[in-house]
Design a protein around this ligand. Structure first.
Ligand SMILES: [Zn+2]
Length: 238
């Protein structure tokens, strides 16, 4: 079992850790800043720095046998450290921060398009949500303008924990039908963007919506009777 540091602080770019397990399925550490693939957010990439300075690339991160275990996948030719080796973990922060901006942008957009979310995916260059909605209600220019207006409020995001029973009493909190809420140890993690969104989420988010900048809607497409896809990108300054 690994201490999941990213759940408490998504801004940790580096951390000391100790190798806890070594196998073909990847390295595990006593603690980690690497987010494992899940909830539509890709697994982190980065580096493991050994005591002699050798840098091993982490090419992907996945959940292990339990959600509290995280497997750090290495390039096939990597020299594997032994269990007990103290290491330094370093994230590919530029990539992770883009994913955090994209991820938080989807939370905001999910409040502009009022419909059940049937799917979603986050990438570095584009992200999408699928909605079960009448396509006549989807207007790219309106979605873009309203999402950007909410982002521009520059509100701080908050992590809130509630019990399983509290979530069961408020099923309307669960907007995303394809992703079940991250449950564990009887409590559920929520992301709250005050005045905008509140929903269960185990992913990593920016501290303030202003960090997102702005988004543009790339495309709205038909992915089946109950699936209308809205794809967005970040508008990067400069
Ligand atoms: Zn989230």
């Amino acid at each position: 079992m690994s201490h999941l540091l990213f759940r408490e602080d998504a801004y940790l770019r580096e951390a000391d850790a100790v190798v806890a397990a070594v196998g073909e399925a990847g390295l595990e550490f006593d603690r980690t800043i690497f987010y494992p693939l899940g909830g539509g957010q890709p697994g982190d990439r980065g580096w493991v720095v050994l005591p002699d300075g050798q840098r091993i690339e982490v090419v992907d991160t996945r959940k292990g046998e339990t959600p509290e275990r995280v497997r750090h996948l290495l390039a096939p030719e990597a020299n594997l450290p032994k269990v007990g080796t103290p290491v330094r973990l370093e994230l590919d922060w530029a990539r992770r921060h883009r994913l955090m901006r994209m991820h938080t942008a989807l939370h905001v957009m999910s409040c502009v398009v009022v419909a059940p979310v049937t799917g979603g995916n986050i990438g570095e260059d584009r992200a999408r949500l699928d909605f079960d909605i009448d396509p006549a209600l989807l207007d790219a220019a309106r979605i873009e303008a309203e999402t950007n207006a909410l982002i521009a409020r520059a509100v701080d995001t908050e992590t809130v924990w509630i019990t399983d029973a509290e979530l069961d009493a408020q099923p309307e909190l669960v907007k995303t039908m394809s992703v079940s809420p991250p449950r564990g140890a009887g409590r559920i993690r929520l992301l709250r963007i005050p005045g905008i969104d509140l929903q269960p989420c185990g992913g990593t988010h920016v501290r303030n919506t202003a960090e997102i900048g702005a988004i543009r809607v790339l495309k709205i497409s038909n992915q089946g009777k109950h699936n209308r896809r809205v794809e967005i990108a970040l508008v990067d300054p400069g």
